[in-house]
Design a protein around this ligand. Structure first.
Ligand code: THG
Length: 268
């Protein structure tokens, strides 16, 4: 499982201020910090308050690319904002995200082809987030079929079963785990899976413990990627260890260090 650094998000006050004042320093500081901590992608989200979201996304992409060569995940439900970011991306990006709604899929998948981007598909539609794994899987299949009909390879599709805070959606936890396991049976090659990890602990105490416990359980269910706090050292160590136990990486005494450096060393 690899980490998509969550921190460049306008819902954090320092990033909201940086966007407002066009001050690149806090953004670049978080780019470097997340990269050093072992993030493989950087999620960029202008936040709900950005007055000119197209301009803000373009600016975030340009600032991030000046500080790092990491790939970018463009996080918005507004596809004009996504395309504004894609236009200035130097490397193939990840479009975050599209729900299983026909008109939106017909907009986003061709956009992904045009810019050679991968896509995160959400297992939700006009009626919201389903309660059980079975209904999430039905929406996952709709995403797989729509992506395929647009010529997008299944391994460029990341499916997100949508994690809800455990203090409001406790019954969703086992359904998300079940969905993660069963998504791998939908196609060959299978779609990839991703979650917004920190959602699980929003509004709870002991956030880091809840995040890392969820993360290791999800690795056991085959999770491929998480939008998460890459600078949480204990989370990164727990994920590296879960990968060893699942036989996804070769055990060596320095595996925790190697996981952090996975962007620069050859990693199986
Ligand atoms: N799936 C996909 N994309 C996503 C999500 C998802 N993008 C956004 C989000 N969920 C993942 N990113 C975050 C970023 C921050 C937090 C949670 C998820 C977070 N923020 C603090 C909070 O709300 O308490 C902010 C605290 C502060 O302001 O300091 O927890 O699920 N595809």
């Amino acid at each position: 499982m690899f980490i998509i650094g969550e921190r460049i998000n306008g819902s954090f006050q320092d990033i909201a201020r940086a966007i407002r004042e066009q001050d690149p320093r806090p953004v670049q500081a978080w780019v470097r910090k997340q990269e050093a901590a072992g993030a493989r992608y950087l999620d960029l989200n202008t936040g709900p308050a950005a007055r000119e979201p197209l301009k803000a996304m373009r600016w975030l992409v340009e600032v991030a690319q000046e500080a790092s060569t990491l790939s970018l995940s463009l996080d918005s439900s507004n596809y004009e904002v996504i395309e504004a970011g894609l236009e200035v991306c130097r490397r193939p990006a990840l479009i975050n995200s599209v729900p299983a709604e026909e008109p939106k899929m017909q907009c986003v998948f061709p956009l992904a082809k045009k810019y050679k981007a991968a896509v995160i598909g959400l297992t939700m539609n006009e009626r919201g987030i389903p309660k059980d794994a079975e209904s999430r899987l039905a929406l996952a299949m709709e995403l797989v079929l729509a992506a395929d009909s647009c010529g997008l390879s299944p391994d460029d599709l990341y499916l997100d079963p949508l994690v809800l805070p455990c203090n409001v959606g406790q019954n969703h936890g086992p359904e998300v785990m079940q969905t993660l396991r069963q998504i791998k049976l939908l196609s060959n090659p299978p779609p990839r899976t991703v979650v917004g990890l920190s959602n699980i602990s929003q509004g709870t105490g002991n956030r880091q413990l809840i995040n890392r416990t969820f993360a290791v359980m999800a690795v056991a269910c085959g999770l491929d990627a998480a939008i998460a706090d890459a600078t949480d050292g204990q989370l990164m160590e727990a994920v590296a260890t879960a990968r060893i136990i699942m036989n996804l990486d070769i055990y060596c005494d320095s595996y925790v260090e190697l996981y952090r450096k996975q962007n620069t060393v050859h990693w199986i």
